[in-house]
Design a protein around this ligand. Structure first.
Ligand SMILES: Nc1ncnc2c1ncn2[C@@H]1O[C@H](COP(=O)(O)OP(=O)(O)OP(=O)(O)O)[C@@H](O)[C@H]1O
Ligand SMILES: [Mg+2]
Length: 250
């Protein structure tokens, strides 16, 4: 269970704005995430959290350095292979849900399964099972505009789970939710980690998430500033982690 599922090596991301204007959003990030880990990424607004998550999620490419998913360097894959890997292994919950507005809850959850070529009957069973899991069976036919923020977020979570990914990445998954709904979502995510061994990578400002995570890393000004390890309660495979808070200066 100690496979390295994600490895970031010397990740640099520079955004070009016009010809002379550059901004180094990530300045050399090294981070290894093991199978079954639950890691939270914290840091102030603009520190580079979403940028890092987008690189891990293959939604964007680094300026230099590389991300390895299950030992495969993303830079070595063509666009099609990268899209396939993303669809098969990774599930995302975005900062702004990103549900397709013209589609119902059902259709939003079903979509990635259609891309993966899964047959209609199997899709139907899975979509209904997932909507039930997030408590939204009765909203299957609603469109995003006909649902509350918390309901949309739950659809986004059901969608992230549709292809049964081993790695789930979230960018502020509870950021737009009230405390109670946020806690329900957290329970669901924690269950996926504890019961199914899914690897969770969550960007968050929410101390409740950071508390549940096995590891918390802090990004400051594009650098991994420190790694705080702890909160081992409920960590089913944390046998190799130290039991004290450890700060690793980068
Ligand atoms: N496409 C872009 N072009 C230029 N600069 C960008 C771009 N995207 C992000 N940035 C800059 O890179 C830095 C990191 O942005 P990022 O979105 O990763 O921050 P964040 O840590 O996720 O912040 P927040 O907590 O507010 O979501 C910011 O200073 C931002 O302005
Ligand atoms: Mg962000």
């Amino acid at each position: 269970m100690n496979n390295e599922v994600i490895k970031c090596v010397d990740l640099v991301k520079t955004y070009n704005m016009g010809q002379v204007n550059e901004y180094r959003a990530l300045k050399g990030i090294n981070l290894t995430i093991k199978e079954g880990d639950f890691i939270s990424i914290i840091g102030s607004s603009g520190s580079g959290k979403s940028t890092l998550l987008n690189l891990i999620s293959c939604l964007d490419t680094p300026t230099s350095g590389d991300v390895y998913v299950d030992g495969t360097a993303l830079s070595q894959l063509g666009d099609n292979d990268r899209a396939r890997l993303r669809n098969k292994k990774l599930g995302f919950i975005f900062q702004q849900f990103n549900l397709l507005r013209g589609m119902t809850a059902y259709e939003n959850v079903e979509l990635t399964m259609r891309f993966a070529g899964i047959g209609k009957k199997e899709r139907n069973e899975k979509v209904l099972e997932l909507l039930k899991k997030v408590g939204l069976e009765s909203k299957a036919k609603n469109r995003p505009t006909e649902m509350s923020g918390g309901e949309q977020q739950r659809v986004a979570i059901a969608r992230a789970l549709a292809n049964d990914p081993r790695i789930i990445l979230g960018d502020e998954p509870t950021g737009n939710l009230d405390t109670t709904t946020g806690a329900t979502i957290m329970e669901l995510l924690t269950e996926l980690n504890q019961d199914q061994g899914k690897t969770l990578v969550m960007v968050t400002h929410d101390p409740a998430i950071a508390k549940k995570a096995h590891r918390t890393v802090k990004i400051k000004d594009g650098k991994l500033e420190e790694e705080v390890r702890g909160a081992l309660i409920g960590n089913h495979n944390g046998d190799d982690l130290p039991h004290r808070k450890t700060i690793i200066k980068k």
